[in-house]
Design a protein around this ligand. Structure first.
Ligand code: MLT
Ligand code: MN
Ligand code: ZN
Length: 300
């Protein structure tokens, strides 16, 4: 299974258009520090790829990845579909950028589909342009993304955290609002667990992490006070739905205890890890944990 990291930033990106914090200013001064919105591309077969989450940067992310370029026929694309881990705007606004396709294959849980249809009105807005083909992400047992796909997919429920636009939408507060995506290579059995939004670390997620060969998780904030200390927020990281990396309730000690290759993604622009010289990099390296980079390729 071949996975390409298309972006590693939280909502807003690095730099964020209206922000001159040290992380954003640093990325303007040093373009190699720029991070696009968190997303993956996963190869299903020769010349067929799925996106995991559809970000506002989707067009540029495809242009930067030659394996995702169209051709040789003028309108033939290697993009087979989109798999969503949640309904957050930074993971779904890119769906509208796919409207030039004849159809868009979307794999989501039931609450995410409902949010996109009744909160964002994606069906009403996009149906005049393209066809939306919905597939339910299986929560009980993996299945192939498509008959010819070299991997199976399934969702590991994480939390009932809704996007802000979906607060009043109704429907159950079940923990399929945000899931971790498990992709398993059908030939080798090796698996990737991708969880760019972790408001909680339930036992089911712990078990999935113990079974996975590679685990990529939410690294939005370094510590719980970061959003308040930066002056841009009044809530802690945990209250914003993102377990911090460091500290007693942090995710680093859990990742360090796993046998898998472990990486952080979805970095907010306030995260000190945006500075390559920050001492926090040595802390993670000492625990055997990596920070994902845009363009990185992971072979499983
Ligand atoms: C989040 O991860 O908390 C959301 O994506 C925030 C946002 O995009 O506004
Ligand atoms: Mn986000
Ligand atoms: Zn900033």
């Amino acid at each position: 299974m071949r996975v390409r990291v298309l972006g590693t930033a939280a909502g807003g990106g690095v730099p964020q258009w209206n922000c001159a914090c040290p992380g954003c200013s640093g990325a303007r001064a040093h373009p190699e520090r720029r991070r696009r919105h968190a997303s993956l591309a996963v190869r299903a077969a020769e010349g067929r790829w799925y996106l995991v989450n559809a970000t506002p940067d989707l067009g540029e992310q495809i242009e930067d990845c030659p394996e995702l370029h169209p051709g040789p026929e003028p309108r033939r694309t290697p993009l087979a579909g989109v798999i969503l881990t949640d309904a957050e705007l930074d993971h779904t606004l890119g769906i509208a950028r796919l409207r030039e396709a004849d159809g868009v294959e979307l794999h989501t849980t039931a609450p995410v589909r409902r949010a996109l249809l009744t909160g964002l009105h994606l069906g009403d807005v996009l149906t005049p342009y393209t066809r939306l083909d919905w597939h339910e992400l299986p929560v009980e047992g993996p299945r192939p993304a498509a008959a010819d796909a070299g991997f199976t997919l399934d969702a590991v429920p994480v939390s009932a955290k809704r996007p802000r636009y979906a607060t009043g939408l109704g429907g159950a507060d079940d923990d399929a609002w945000v899931v971790a995506l498990r992709l398993t290579d059908r030939a080798t059995g090796r698996s990737l667990l991708y969880a760019p939004a972790l408001a909680a670390w339930p036992d089911t997620f712990q078990r999935a992490a113990e079974e996975a060969d590679c685990v990529i998780v939410d690294g939005t904030f370094w510590d719980d006070e970061e959003p308040r200390r930066s002056g841009f927020g009044s809530r802690t990281a945990t209250a914003m739905g993102h377990l911090p990396i460091d500290g007693p309730g942090g995710t680093a000690r859990r990742l360090a205890a796993l046998g898998a290759r472990t990486l952080y993604t979805h970095l907010n622009n306030t995260n000190p890890l945006n500075d390559p010289a920050a001492p926090q990099h040595a802390v993670l390296a000492g625990r055997g944990i990596e920070v994902a980079a845009d363009g990185m390729v992971i072979e499983l």
